[in-house]
Design a protein around this ligand. Structure first.
Ligand code: SF4
Ligand code: SF4
Length: 152
């Protein structure tokens, strides 16, 4: 990230009152709570199929008051902004010129990206649903077995 943008981001983040709720449950419906990873193309993608297990269909957290104790890795909004864990559509970053947040992946690309995510992970994040944990773990194991040459 360029220096100018970094400094703009720092001063913007300082100006946010964490008690202000700018969230309008934006059109991407809770995309800040989609699991994200950096793809081979250098972009950060958020995947609907890797959404946090507490995210409801309405795009809201299922246990907002206890979110940090329920899900380790749930980030306060300021940290999420700095770590590019919010999408460009987010109300909190709309005023930041040049902000490149996570891209909500097209549904058609989800499967490919999910496999890429599985390959790149060393541990399975706690926010994942049980079904997703099974998929990620089995997929990663098969890939590793293939890499070691034991797979037939
Ligand atoms: S991305 Fe931003 S506006 Fe959208 S739900 Fe998350 S915090 Fe709210
Ligand atoms: S626990 Fe955190 S990441 Fe999960 S849905 Fe709630 S606010 Fe989003």
């Amino acid at each position: 990230m360029e220096t100018r943008l970094k400094s703009q981001l720092r001063s913007y983040v300082k100006s946010i009152d964490p008690n202000d709720n700018l969230c309008d449950n934006c059109k991407v419906k809770g995309a800040c709570c989609y699991g994200a990873f950096k793809s081979e193309d250098g972009k950060i993608y958020g995947l609907r199929s890797a959404k946090c297990k507490l995210l409801g269909k309405d795009g809201r957290c299922g246990d907002y008051d206890n979110r940090y104790s329920r899900v380790s890795g749930c980030l306060p909004i300021v940290d999420a902004i700095i770590q590019k864990a919010v999408p460009n559509e987010c109300e909190y970053v709309k005023g930041i010129d040049g902000y490149e947040g996570k891209i909500v992946a097209d549904k058609s690309k989800e499967k490919k990206l999910l496999k890429e995510m599985a390959k790149s992970m060393t541990t399975i994040p706690e926010y994942c649903s049980e079904d997703l944990k099974i998929f990620l773990s089995e997929y990663a194991q098969n890939v590793n077995v293939k890499k070691r040459g034991y797979y037939v």
